[in-house]
Design a protein around this ligand. Sequence first.
Ligand code: ADP
Ligand code: ADP
Length: 224
Amino acid sequence: RAPLLVAEDLRKSFGATSALDGAWLEVDAGEVVAVMGPSGSGKSTLLHCIAGIVRPDSGRVFFDGREVSLMGDAERSALRRAQFGFVFQFGQLVPELTCLENVALPLRLERTRRREAERRAGEWLERLEVGDVAGKRPGEVSGGQGQRVAVARALVTSPKVIFADEPTGALDSFNGERVMRLLTTAARESHAAVVLVTHEARVAAYSDREVVVRDGRTRDMART
Ligand code: ADP
Ligand code: ADP
């Protein structure tokens, strides 16, 4: 069976800086893959290329058999909205909206009615154990709560893939582990794959498989 996501020999430079220099990745449906490596090794650039945010200079990216690297901007953003969810380190929630409205937003953007969108958003907040912050704005909740709200927002559209770039980077280890446990449990229950960028072994331990990036090149590691 074909993998859900395939990246073949990606290369990407920013001016004189080579960020990716032959990166390969395959992710199966429902698989949780950790992309590890030191700061500056190309992890975020790899994530941005496979998520269709950044266009590689060369190499190919496939999602579900379709070549993402050949799509135009409109088609790639439609693909991202319909199939992908994103969790970043911080600052991804809209500060003017309540946590409930933030989670409902991706549904509203695909024209789900407010009442239905907010009902589903509320269910996701409960699953991520942050039902109590529904009416608060992001500035009024803790870092760990905010990240769990962000995970709820990433999952509310039932995406096929969650892209998470250092999702626990701004949290202490207790809250980081709670976010990882809830993220991976919810993703597995939804049959969503997760591409997790992290430099922390403790965070990568929640994955099924680790891929290491060094100097823009990937290397598969056996799970220890
Ligand atoms: P990592 O996520 O492993 O820290 P990145 O993919 O962010 O690595 O960066 C890889 C290299 O590419 C670094 O040298 C970084 O400074 C450079 N880089 C990444 N994005 C850009 C950009 N938009 N413009 C210039 N250089 C960039
Ligand atoms: P992370 O590695 O945690 O994703 P970075 O600080 O490396 O965070 O990058 C944050 C953003 O800035 C990314 O979108 C990346 O592409 C961009 N970026 C990284 N390095 C550079 C750089 N040297 N010049 C310009 N943009 C950069």
